[in-house]
Ligand binder design. Structure first.
Ligand SMILES: O=C(O)c1ccc[n+]([C@@H]2O[C@H](COP(=O)([O-])O)[C@@H](O)[C@H]2O)c1
Ligand SMILES: Cc1cc2nc[nH]c2cc1C
Length: 356
């Protein structure tokens, strides 16, 4: 924990625990849930979600969740030049433009559900100079190095990406977010995501590597070998979560991890998305033990690493729709249910009030 670069000044030192939501509030929320005008346990997982909403808000009954803000961190990955994706790198920049135009999958879902989407170029290779400069405000570098051959980032870049992720969370919280969504965009990013999960859990590449955008069997075998090469290259340097991000991540994944750690430290709940968001959450939990109490898993991705990481974090996805889009789309799709859960706890009659 001491060999890596210093954490961003806005984050407490790596390993600083995150306080759990107030246990008295959890208890009060459970008690209210138990008193609602339903047979005991009849709300199923919605009941658990309702307790999480109240506990992370610090209010029983919880307030309606009106301000949900999704942040999509975009970047390219040197490893995508090495046959690990079904799509070319040029898609990343093109999709950033599509987010800006409000036409990505997550944009549509977010509009429907009143969620704001902010897309940020942390490491896209294409020069997006024609876009609003705010999109590039936090850019760390153009593309990361191929993780099976070299560290993804220099120590200085990793430090900057960590600072930037925390800063973005602070900005979203200052803008009034009651609930955050962590999204991603980047061709090739399921490869570093798998590497972060494997390195964090001490697992072999084959346990966590999936098809991403849809590589075939030969592609999957090749991608698995690349992830294993990256893990072997880094070895026990990955005992340090900061070095794990620097060596096996990217600017966007590093910033995602500190975005999540910072939100948890600030006591602001986050809906996680697919394998990229959850890989970042796993490292956030290493940086900020206890952070996962502030996270809810929006959906189950088809990527095996996501399921393994979610289990380790103790999170059960809200939705299981076979989605593998990323962008925060599965998380935004879960937002209406999370909102509904809070409203049920706040607005339902109590059983005690029904009978004379
Ligand atoms: O969220 C997921 O679980 C997920 C699973 C597969 C692919 N993706 C998205 O697809 C891109 C990465 O896939 P790949 O095959 O290029 O590594 C990236 O833009 C992700 O947002 C996302
Ligand atoms: C078209 C396309 C859109 C995406 N959105 C997130 N990842 C993506 C990957 C591709 C290929």
């Amino acid at each position: 924990m001491t060999s890596g670069p210093d954490l961003a000044p806005t984050l407490p030192p790596a390993g600083t625990p995150v306080p759990a939501p107030d246990p008295a509030l959890v208890e009060a929320a459970r008690e209210r849930l138990g008193g609602l005008a339903t047979p005991a346990g009849a709300l199923g997982r919605l009941g658990d979600l309702a307790v999480w909403v109240a506990a992370t808000q610090g209010a029983v009954p919880p307030a309606p969740i009106e301000r949900v803000r999704a942040v999509v961190l975009a970047g390219d990955h040197g490893v995508s030049d090495h046959g690990v994706s079904a799509y070319p790198k040029a898609i990343t920049g093109a999709m950033v433009r599509t987010f800006v135009a409000g036409r990505a999958g997550v944009s549509v879902l977010a509009r429907q559900h009143g969620v704001t989407v902010r897309v940020l170029d942390l490491g896209v290779e294409e020069d997006l100079a024609d876009l609003d400069p705010a999109v590039r405000e936090f850019k760390v570098r153009a593309g990361s190095a191929p993780i099976h051959l070299q560290d993804a980032l220099t120590v200085g870049e990793a430090r900057r990406a960590m600072a930037v992720g925390a800063m973005i969370a602070d900005q979203e919280i200052a803008a009034g977010a009651q609930l955050l969504v962590s999204g991603d965009m980047g061709i090739g990013n399921t490869t570093p995501a798998a590497a972060l999960i494997a390195a964090s859990l001490g697992l072999p590449a084959e346990a966590v590597t999936g098809r991403g955008t849809g590589v075939d069997d030969a592609g999957l075998a090749h991608k698995t070998a690349i992830v294993q090469q990256a893990l072997d290259r880094v070895g026990d340097r990955a005992d340090d979560p900061v070095v794990t991000l620097q060596a096996l991540g990217s600017a966007d994944l590093t910033a995602s991890a500190t975005f999540l750690a910072r939100a948890a430290h600030a006591g602001v709940p986050v809906v996680l998305d697919g394998v990229i968001s959850v890989a970042a959450a796993l490292v956030a939990e290493r940086l900020a033990p206890g952070a996962a109490a502030w996270f809810v898993a929006g959906h189950r991705s088809t990527e095996p690493g996501q399921a393994i990481a979610l289990e380790k974090l103790g999170l059960e996805p809200v939705l299981d729709l076979g989605m593998r889009l990323g962008e925060g789309s599965g998380a935004v799709a879960a937002v209406p249910l999370i909102r509904s859960a809070g409203l049920l706890l706040a607005d339902m009659a109590l059983l005690a009030d029904l009978l004379p």
